[in-house]
Structures are given as structure tokens and as C-alpha cells.
Unconditional design. Structure first.
Lengths: 342, 342
């Protein structure tokens, strides 16, 4: 019998298609478009002139900006979806609402090596990436025009990336709060109003106790296959201790996050034949009531990373309903990933 | 300068990436996986034994069920995502909600000819498809276990269809109201509460007056590119007169709908090199307060069809925010489609 499961945070129903369930090995081997050769890569060391000037870099003090010697660089997108210059101008057009496309769009070049998959970086290098995320998000928070920054990664053509095989992630700052984040905040708030507890904290406790959906449990972090995933082998990484704000991570925690992120991505790579994937970091928005205020988001929201391998196609039913159909039992996906040696 | 536009019904923001905008002809020519040869098609006339027994058919009275002579057939899905037998059993699992996967999953075989794209059926044949939708949805409404039926179509492999080149659509009845439909209902209700008018009616009037996003205006229906589309060349078909319920369409209106649907799909096929696409029908849910009740959905909701060609990939930013990035100005997409001879 198939099962309908509800995501407890945003209330999305997912069909767990047990009758049509596939074995984990049936998800493998769909080849993605190949990467372009390294010769044309604009993100390698020595090609600094191929990108806009760097905004942030991890480099020895004696090396000037935009020259070799760096370990990590952040540059504006060469083709940004939003523009950094200008004032917000919200206006109506009859029944419609418009605002001009003010925002920031930056590329985090995660390594000076031509390595495609973040899974192949060291945990220490990934910790530097996390530090770069925090530095950039904190800097953008000072810009009063922005309400949110989404940090995300597209790996592989099927996941929406270009064909450059150099590990990188992106961030986009927006002058409005995204719908998906607002839904999570509203769901977490409703739960807190009723229970006076953070729903994510309850979920972490239940998962640690049940074990069946846990992929990794390392230091202060846990990686689980969610109870009602949208996609097969979707994995969420969450801090075990309550925290609404990704940027509050201490240096030691950044290294712990680097370890669990590397290991999770490596399990996906080894177990599923290097699939295309996306990840997003969901953290509390900037302009929130600070602690001490009545019902602060700090108490009811919990930052986390959602990793979604792209192994299936999304069709009319999903677009039309917001329902998803997951063709593998989440518990089986977790067991499979747990057992992959990485 | 890019523009942020808000969908007035569900509040989703869309980035209109004017700086990275493509010309309409740049969306063409991405080849989809080819269809399988006709020999293996289970939906052709004479192969009735290859499908489960028919639930509904358009056939002369003297022809027995599941034999040749039909013009259109509806059969249960051979691999249904939900099961028709059983009672709804809603239960909790700690913080999680589960229900067993009760529902219906049916295939509407739209023609006895081996024609792949609905665009190539006659308007009269499409009117029969509409009649079949109405008959099946009305029948399923009598089943008290179901709250909603989504009618949808996947055309082409990239749109989530299999590789059988025989025009068909699907319906799935669910025991819960889908999130996406609830969002539309809530958005339409909020607008009605404030204005005491249907938001879709206001939108239709504004579009007819502005003209720039109208693709087709035929009899009682209008086809427009929405103001804040998720996808390039997305088209919505709406009745000009207020109606919340798709199944209330009179026979003459079904033919009018057949005409505008055929012409819209043909414009997409000719103008964009036969792209994969999805469509969904959004209509009011079954168990609603009927007219005469306080604030009936009948007054504030408006059924419509959303057609989404699959020409772009959805990446981390979209999954993470619920934002979409539309790489063509909706007004340019509408102009392009208006000018395609079909």
C-alpha cells in the first residue's frame, strides 16, 4: 500500500510510491552532460582576469587581490540575475506588484584546484567555504535593502549548473523574503505557538531515537533522509543544538559541518554514480525581531541544509499540486547511504 | 534593470532576468528523447488487452467494452501511484503525519490514432477529451474519500512522460487537498475579502484591456502569458466569465475550450520546435461550502489551465526559495506566440 506522508514544517504531502518503488541501484547510471575541458575554466588559479574583481578571498596577506596564491575566492556573477546598484522601488500595476531587480549575485569559487565535486575537497577546505558564506552573508546583512540571502549549489548540468567542472557555489540576496522561507517560518511558528518548542529540535530528537532515517551523526550535526522527501536520496543536515542563524557558527563547528557535508556528498557520489545535485542553506531572515522580543524567530526556527540529488524528473502532477512522488522508501534510501563506505 | 514580479494569487516572486534575456528562437532545438516505435504502443486501437479494463469510453453503442471501435478511452493506470481500495487511515508518528495511499490514478487515451501531441488532434476531439475529464471528475466526486482530482498532461520525456508517442492525459484523485491548490484558494479568498471581487476576473479584465500578454482571445476563453510566469512561454487559459468549477462547462463551451487549447498547443509546437510540456487544470475542490453559504469558494475562485513548456532547468535557487527566474520578458513571449501562425 502506498503511503502519503506530510512534511511537518511546510505541510507538503508526499506520495511514497512503495508499489512502484525502485531499488537504490536503479537510480544510477543516467549520464549527465560532460564538463568542458579545464583549458577554458575561468575559475582556475592564474585566470583571475576571467572573472569580475574579487569581493572576498582566502589568501596570504602578501598576495594582492586578483592574483594567484589564493585558496578560495568570491566574485560577483558575470551575468547576475539581480543588480546591486539602485534603490528599491515597489509599485503596483493594476492587480500586479512589481519591484526593480535589486540584489546581489555572487559566486564562491571553493578551491584553486580544478575539482568538480565538493565531495572531493577536504573537510578543512569545506570549512573555509562555510567561513566565506558566513563572511559574505554577514556583509550583505548590513545592506538595509536586502531581506534574505540564499546560499546554494548547483552541481552538474541536470541540476542547473553550467558545464564548467570547477567546484563553486552561489548566493543571491533578495529585497523580498522568499515564499519558501516564509512558509517554513510560518510552519515553525505555528508549531511553536502550540507546543512552545522548536519543531526542528523535536524532529532531530525523534530521528536520533528512531535511527532509521539517519545517514550520519557526527559531533554536533546530523544528516537524515527527511520523513517526507521531495526527491529520492534527499538529505538534510541539521545542527543538533538549537540555532536559527547559520552565521553564528563558531570556527570549530564550521569544521564539524565541513566533515559531515563532505562525507554526505561523498556517499552520494560513490553510492549513486556521481549524480547531479543541488543544496540550499535555509537560515533565518535578516530583519527579524531579535532575542528578547515577543516570539522571536530565534526560538522557533532552526537553520539547516537541504541536499537534493537530481535523479528523477518533475512532471505535471508535482507542478500542479505541490505534491511530490518519492519512488523509494526514505528508510531504504537512508540505509543505503548509511552503508556506502565514504 | 531586471524586474521582480509577484504572482498576485499565490504571492510567488519571479525574477524577470531582462539582462540575461534570450530571444524566443534561443529556446528552440534542445532535442528530447525520441518516442518508441508504434509497434509497442499499448494505447492504439486493437491493443485494448494491453491496458487494464476501461472505466469510460467514447464508442458506438453496439461495440462492447475493451474492443476496437472507440474514439477515446479512460483506463486505470497500470502502475498507479495511489490505490483505489481501502479506507482512509490518518495517523501520527511523533511529529509526523501519515495516511495510507488511497486515491485514483487514471489514464485518458485521447485518440485511437497514434498521434503524439494533443496539438494535432481536432478541436472536436479535444472537446471529447474535456467531456471525458468532466465525466471522470464528476464520478470521482461521489466518492466521499476524495477531496481533489488533478487533471494533468505530461508530453515528452523532459516533461516526465514515458516514451510512448500516443496522446494521453492523466488524473489523480487524492484524499487530501494539495498544498498548491490551497495556496491559490487562500490567495483568492484574501483578495475577495478585501475587494469583494474575484481576483481572476480582475486579472482577465486587466489583461484584455492591456493586450500585451494576450496570446489568443476566442469566444468565451482567453489564453495569456501570466504577468509573473515560472517558465518561459508559460500560458494560462481561463474562461472570461466567472466560474470556479471546471465540471460545469456546457457542451458548446467544451468545444470553445477545445479550439483555444488546440490553437495554443499548436503555437507552442510550431513556434518552439515541438517542446515537451505539462498542463494542469486547477478547479475548486470537491467538499466546499456550496453557493448561498457565507463566503463560498464559488464566488472567489476561478478555474483555469496552466500550460508550462519545459525549456529551462530548475536549479538550487528555485528549489530553495520558491522564486523562479524567467529568462524572457512575458510580453515578448506573448508577442512571439501571438505571431506564430497556427
Amino acid at each position: 500500500m502506498p503511503e502519503l506522508r506530510k512534511d511537518p514544517i511546510i505541510g507538503r504531502w508526499v506520495i511514497i510510491a512503495t508499489d512502484r518503488a525502485k531499488r537504490p541501484d536503479q537510480f544510477m547510471g543516467q549520464p549527465d552532460k560532460p564538463f568542458e575541458p579545464q583549458e577554458s575554466c575561468p575559475f582556475c588559479e592564474g585566470r583571475e582576469s576571467k572573472t569580475p574583481p574579487e569581493i572576498y578571498a582566502y589568501r596570504p596577506k602578501h598576495t594582492p587581490a586578483n592574483t594567484p596564491g589564493w585558496d578560495l575566492r568570491v566574485v560577483p556573477s558575470i551575468a547576475p540575475f539581480l543588480r546591486i546598484e539602485g534603490d528599491i522601488d515597489r509599485r503596483g500595476k493594476g492587480v500586479y506588484d512589481v519591484t526593480n531587480g535589486i540584489g546581489a549575485h555572487e559566486i564562491i569559487i571553493e578551491t584553486n584546484q580544478h575539482i568538480a565535486n565538493m565531495a572531493d575537497l577536504s573537510a578543512e577546505q569545506i570549512a573555509k567555504v562555510v567561513t566565506a558564506y558566513i563572511a559574505r552573508v554577514s556583509d550583505l546583512e548590513r545592506d538595509e535593502r536586502f531581506k534574505y540571502v540564499l546560499v546554494f549549489k548547483n552541481y552538474g548540468w541536470q541540476a542547473g549548473a553550467g558545464r564548467i567542472g570547477h567546484s563553486r557555489s552561489q548566493l543571491i540576496a533578495t529585497p523580498v523574503n522568499p515564499k519558501r522561507v516564509k512558509e517554513e517560518l510560518a510552519g515553525a511558528r505555528a508549531y511553536y505557538d502550540y507546543h512552545e518548542r522548536c519543531i526542528f529540535c523535536d524532529l532531530v530528537k525523534q530521528e536520533i531515537c528512531a535511527k532509521e532515517r539517519v545517514v550520519l551523526d557526527i559531533d554536533g550535526f546530523i544528516a537524515i533522509v527527511p520523513f517526507a522527501p521531495r526527491f529520492p536520496f534527499e538529505v538534510w543536515i541539521m545542527p543538533k543544538e538549537h540555532s536559527c542563524d547559520f552565521t553564528s557558527l563558531a570556527p570549530l563547528q564550521r569544521l564539524e559541518l565541513g566533515k559531515i557535508l563532505k562525507k554526505t556528498l561523498l556517499k552520494l557520489k560513490i553510492g549513486l554514480n556521481d549524480p547531479p545535485y543541488n543544496y540550499v542553506i535555509h537560515t533565518a531572515p535578516f530583519r527579524r525581531p531579535k532575542a528578547g522580543y515577543w516570539k522571536s524567530i530565534d526560538q522557533d526556527y532552526h537553520w539547516h541544509i537541504e541536499i537534493t540529488p537530481r535523479l528523477t524528473r518533475v512532471a505535471g502532477f508535482e507542478w500542479g499540486t505541490g505534491f511530490y512522488i518519492c519512488p523509494i522508501l526514505p528508510e531504504d534510501a537512508a540505509k543505503f547511504l548509511r552503508e556506502v563506505e565514504a
